[in-house]
Ligand binder design. Sequence first.
Ligand code: ADP
Length: 369
Amino acid sequence: MNILVINSGSSSIKYKLFCMKNLELLQDGLIEKIGEDNSSIKSHHEALLGIFESVKNFDSIAHRVVHGAEEFESATIITPKVIELIEELIPLAPLHNPANLDGIKISKELYPEVTQVAVFDTAFHQSMPKHSFLYALPTKLYEQSKIRRYGFHGTSHFYVAKECAKFLNDDLKKLNLITLHLGNGASACAIENGVSVDTSMGFTPLEGLVMGTRSGDIDSAIVFHLVNTLGYTLDEVDKLLNKQSGLVGICGSNDVREILNSSNSSSKLAIDIMAYRIKKYIGSYIAILGRVDAIIFTGGIGENSAVIRSKVLDGLDLAFNIEEDSVKNEEKFDKISLISKDSSKIKLFAIKTNEELEIAKQSYEVINE
Ligand code: ADP
């Protein structure tokens, strides 16, 4: 069986075609700048027609959906009812779910007879216990308005956790892990006996770590100050926190490679603030997990930057007997690299994530159930 994975975002669509027999990547591509002024591709419909023009030999289609809230705990075959539920979740993910839905609806229209599956970024985190996913807000906001921590990047956290278990030749259900997905968006996850028990992103992907353009954790009273004292509108605050903060806010760039090559003091500061926040999350997740078998770095930054990994791990030897092997940390690798010393109490890994492959695998499982 060949599965076509479609990741339909607001202005781009990524796709990958996998042969599920040997998990081989048969074809992939990316259509960008959909609907932008200077772009020849005006709509998601047009982009998908282009994709289906070049990809023919698929048996099923798997769609990435960002927000599944409490409705979806795992990959789900798409029915009219499922589409309706994803539509109802748009207020929780106004930037993401509409674009994901576009991909689903257009594919359904073009291929009504092909089985299609939705795989949700939030699903892996549905195992979080109440004391972890509830905010200390009046409970009616959860009960009536669904305000709680959901967490995102679930497909990536789960994928690298499984890869780690495979490498250790161990059962994931017995492992406690801290996974760090560090890309333009970034999140940490505490995994206990193979399931997510806490994660740094919250009600939206804005909470938690310092990201390319998002602030991560701040005192929410800053919002009142921005509006009431400094005269910002709420739309401006939204833009400020989601698009103009994080690394970009501190040093003007969200490209970590570029920032590391810069000698500006603001670039150094941006990296310091980002690494410091990650370190704090590692410490708190060790505290809640008690025993940790491995810490895993993934995402564009986590996979590629030995410098950032080293900075995050610096000093953790004293508190937690976590010992990086600086030679192994620098080595190039294909899929997975063990970067800790043998004497380290907690193993350290850099692992290449593959969200599309994980989406294909989960879809394959649900189709064969
Ligand atoms: P996205 O969240 O958009 O998928 P990625 O996971 O691709 O993002 O991560 C993008 C980030 O990874 C960028 O900040 C980029 O600079 C960084 N990155 C990629 N390669 C390297 C590298 N060799 N060294 C440091 N940072 C890198």
